[in-house]
Write a protein that binds this ligand. Structure first.
Ligand SMILES: CC(C)(COP(=O)(O)OP(=O)(O)OC[C@H]1O[C@@H](n2cnc3c(N)ncnc32)[C@H](O)[C@@H]1OP(=O)(O)O)[C@@H](O)C(=O)NCCC(=O)NCCS
Length: 171
């Protein structure tokens, strides 16, 4: 199925969220390496493309009027028995209009409604952290000196209850 998610409200009408096709990865890599915090961390296009091609992870894109405007890369079997949002990014020109919220909602409510969802966010990215908190994520840890000395990464969790309960209800 190609069209798996839609947002029909506000300015961001006709947003289609679906799995990425492999030929779209170069374009998605350009989107990623041009965005903060990856510019801050010095990622090049090839390094972004290599991360996006990881076969253990699932890449979703949000498309509007035939153009990919955002992506999220998900690890369905991350640490602590949870789903991990590895990467998320919205085209700079489309930010602040609900695309990121729709993409996160698609992952957390449509694709993985039962799971605990984790992500990390850099201390240099307080606005993204504020968004995650608004969507119900709670900071549960701090990893100091993660990418660079002196720069922490915060571990955040959207909890659906204890792990045992998740396993029981999805046997
Ligand atoms: C973080 C991000 C995915 C949010 O997507 P979005 O479509 O702008 O988010 P929404 O429109 O649904 O919500 C807006 C909220 O996102 C957050 N946000 C974070 N960075 C933002 C940015 N550069 N521009 C606008 N909103 C941003 C803010 O909390 C904002 O709310 P505010 O206007 O009250 O501050 C997007 O800004 C982005 O791609 N940033 C660059 C890459 C990045 O930081 N990814 C996260 C790495 S952990």
């Amino acid at each position: 199925m190609t069209i798996v998610g839609r947002q029909d409200e506000g300015e961001e009408r006709d947003l289609v969220i679906r799995e990425a096709r492999s030929e779209e990865i170069p374009g998605v890599a350009r989107l990623m390496c041009g965005a903060h915090p990856w510019t801050y961390f010095g990622y090049g296009e090839a390094e972004c493309a290599a991360r996006l091609r990881n076969p253990r992870l699932t890449l979703y894109v949000a498309e509007q009027d035939g153009t990919v405007v955002a992506f999220a890369q998900i690890n369905p079997q991350g640490s602590f028995g949870g789903v991990w949002i590895e990467l998320i990014c919205v085209d700079e020109a489309r930010r602040g209009r609900g695309v990121g919220t729709a993409l996160i909602g698609y992952v957390t409510e449509t694709r993985y409604p039962h799971a605990n969802i984790y992500l990390t966010v850099s201390a240099v990215n307080p606005r993204a952290q504020a968004l995650y908190e608004r969507l119900g994520f709670v900071q549960v840890g701090e990893i100091t000196d993660y990418n660079f000395a002196g720069v922490s990464e915060y571990l955040m969790r959207l909890s659906r209850g204890p792990r045992r309960e998740q396993y029981r209800t999805h046997l």
